[in-house]
Design a protein around this ligand. Sequence first.
Ligand SMILES: Cc1cc2nc3c(=O)[nH]c(=O)nc-3n(C[C@H](O)[C@H](O)[C@H](O)COP(=O)(O)O)c2cc1C
Length: 165
Amino acid sequence: MLNYLPYYASGCIVEGFRRGSSELGVPTANYPLEVVKSLPCCFKTGIYYGWANVDNGPVYKMVMSIGWNPFYNNKEKSMETHILHDFDCDLYGSLLKTCIAGFLRPEKNFDSLEDLIHAIQEDKCLAKDLLDADESKRALQDSQFFYGTCKENKNDKDSQPNGGT
Ligand SMILES: Cc1cc2nc3c(=O)[nH]c(=O)nc-3n(C[C@H](O)[C@H](O)[C@H](O)COP(=O)(O)O)c2cc1C
C-alpha cells in the first residue's frame, strides 16, 4: 500500500481558481494537467505532505491536495501544493518540484468554508510534525532531485529517483 511513495514530480506552476489565496488564506501552486495525468493510476487521491522547491531554490515543507476538491466539486483532477513558506511574489510560470513523502487523509466535503480552512490548518501542523519526527522523511529534502541534476518536467517511472516504486 502506498508503495509509490516517495513520489517526485516537477512542472511549471499554472493558475488555478485562485480560491486558495482569496478564500482560504492558503495559496496553492498548481501543476499543469500533464503532470496530474502522469500520476500512476494506483495513486490514491487525498491530502499528502512532503517537500517542495521553486526554481531550484530552498526546499520547504509542503502539503498537497490531489483530487477533485469535493467542497468545490471541480470537474478536473488537480495537484495543488501549499508550500509552508511566505513568498513575496506570485509563482506562475516558475518550476515547482515536489517530493511527496506521506499520506495524511482522504479529501472530504465540509459543511462550511471555516471547516475546510480548519482542516487545512490541521494538515499543515501534522505535516510539520511528521516531517520533523521521521528521519527517513527528513532526509528526502536533501535529494539531488531538487537541485537540477535529475530530469525535469518528466514524471515517468524512469525519472523517479527511486524508480517509481
Ligand atoms: C492541505 C490541503 C488540504 C485540502 N483539503 C481539501 C478537502 O478535504 N476537500 C476539498 O474539497 N478541498 C481540499 N483542498 C483543496 C482546496 O479546496 C483548494 O486547494 C483550493 O480550493 C484552492 O484551489 P485553486 O488553486 O483552484 O484556487 C485542500 C487543499 C490543501 C492545500
